[in-house]
Write a protein that binds this ligand. Structure first.
Ligand SMILES: NC(=O)C1=CN([C@@H]2O[C@H](COP(=O)(O)OP(=O)(O)OC[C@H]3O[C@@H](n4cnc5c(N)ncnc54)[C@H](OP(=O)(O)O)[C@@H]3O)[C@@H](O)[C@H]2O)C=CC1
Ligand SMILES: O=C(CO)COP(=O)(O)O
Ligand SMILES: [Zn+2]
Length: 343
């Protein structure tokens, strides 16, 4: 199992990248990956700071697709870069994670949002041939989480991070089911660590709602723990079950999907109902942090919610969940969504 060697959580860390790279003995040539927005938010400044000590170039990435991974990989190889730093949300971090893994060079994770738990995980979620696949890679050598930067993101991103953590409740239930029914490997330690983040957000919903520095710190720490849980498990199992398949299905069919964490949060309400868990408590927590709890708040047509529920089991058939191998009928999907108030 590999884990990050340094995790920094604090203020004004854009200039600290140089010191981290020096401490880790990273090579002379660095490639900074950012998105169109995150370039302006922090990427350009990180690049400028690094240029005082390193040979640096930047690359703007357009989304978490295999084409973008290949483009980044070609850039690393043609420019003989020694290491990468990803300045962005989950999509940019995943592209850097997989491209650096394929190139055999280390990467640093510099999250600009606390909207997802891929900040420190070893797996990358990449869209390939129209579907989200979970690809094994290695975790970042370092995580540099600058609270000032993460606080610039609209509050909805922090609430989405809560959705991604609360989803561990149903993800772990699905994992236990797969262990019992399919004999799948199960790590009690990884599951407990993952559940710890979910319980933390349920307990601290009112503090998180304030959207202040303490909220950001709590959410980031929880998200990093989820990443460690996934590294221990050797897969995204502790943090991704049927609620994630539902979100991946929405990404594939919705004209304008919501944030990943928002969709998995709503998915968790429905999957918790199917598992016979106390889904009302999950919905209540999401409401308390101001995250969406229904189709209207997600900005997604209820018909698409039902469709996503009926096709979710086809997204990763090898990942056994409460949806089973045949999935939900339209009637069952509609009933579950209506009872839970999602549609
Ligand atoms: N590997 C793993 O373990 C995990 C991976 N994921 C993956 O992560 C992705 C979701 O990540 P998420 O962060 O929600 O979404 P994205 O990374 O797709 O970012 C969404 C948008 O937010 C913008 N953005 C980023 N930071 C800021 C900021 N500070 N202020 C304003 N806007 C900002 C991005 O800008 P720009 O256009 O510049 O990029 C982008 O337009 C999904 O692909 C999901 O599958 C999620 C959980 C775990
Ligand atoms: O989003 C994840 C955990 O929160 C992991 O993503 P996958 O569903 O792609 O494995
Ligand atoms: Zn997720």
């Amino acid at each position: 199992m590999q884990l990050p060697r340094e995790v920094l959580l604090g203020e004004n860390l854009k200039g600290e990248v140089v010191n981290v790279a020096k401490r880790l003995g990273l090579g002379r040539k660095a490639l900074v990956l950012y998105g169109k927005h995150t370039k302006k938010i922090a990427g350009r400044e990180v690049e400028e700071n690094l240029s005082a000590e390193y040979e640096v170039e930047g690359l703007t990435v357009k989304g978490a697709t295999m084409e973008e991974v290949t483009r980044a990989l070609n850039k690393i190889r043609s420019g003989s870069f020694d290491w990468l730093i990803a300045v962005g949300g989950g999509s940019i971090i995943d592209v850097a994670k997989l491209a650096s893994f394929k190139a055999g060079v280390p990467f640093i994770s510099f999250p600009t949002t606390a909207s997802h738990d891929g900040i420190a995980s070893a797996n990358a979620s990449i869209r390939d041939l129209g579907t989200k696949t979970s690809v094994k890679a290695v975790p970042p050598v370092a995580v540099i989480a600058d609270v000032q930067v993460i606080k610039t993101a609209p509050y909805r991103y922090l609430a989405a991070g809560v959705g991604d953590m609360i989803s561990n409740l149903t993800a772990v239930k699905d994992w236990q089911l797969a262990h019992r029914i399919k004999g799948e490997y199960y790590s009690e330690y990884a599951a407990s660590l993952s559940l710890m983040s979910a319980k933390m957000v349920m307990k601290n919903a009112d503090i998180i709602r304030l959207g202040n520095e303490e909220s950001v710190r709590k959410v980031v720490k929880g998200l990093i723990s989820c990443g460690v849980a996934m590294s221990i498990a050797g897969s995204s199992r502790p943090a991704s079950g049927a609620e994630h398949l539902f979100s991946h299905a929405l990404d594939a069919i919705a004209p304008k999907p919501a944030l990943h964490g928002e969709q998995v949060g709503v998915g968790t309400i429905i999957m918790a109902y199917l598992h016979g868990l106390k889904w009302e408590r999950i919905r209540e927590t999401l409401k308390r942090v101001g995250a969406p709890t229904n189709a209207y708040e997600l900005g997604i047509d209820p018909e698409l919610i039902i469709e996503a529920l009926t096709i979710a089991h086809t997204i990763r058939p090898e990942r056994y969940t409460i949806l089973g191998k045949d999935g939900l009928t339209r009637e069952a999907a509609e009933k579950a969504a209506k009872i839970t108030g999602v549609i």
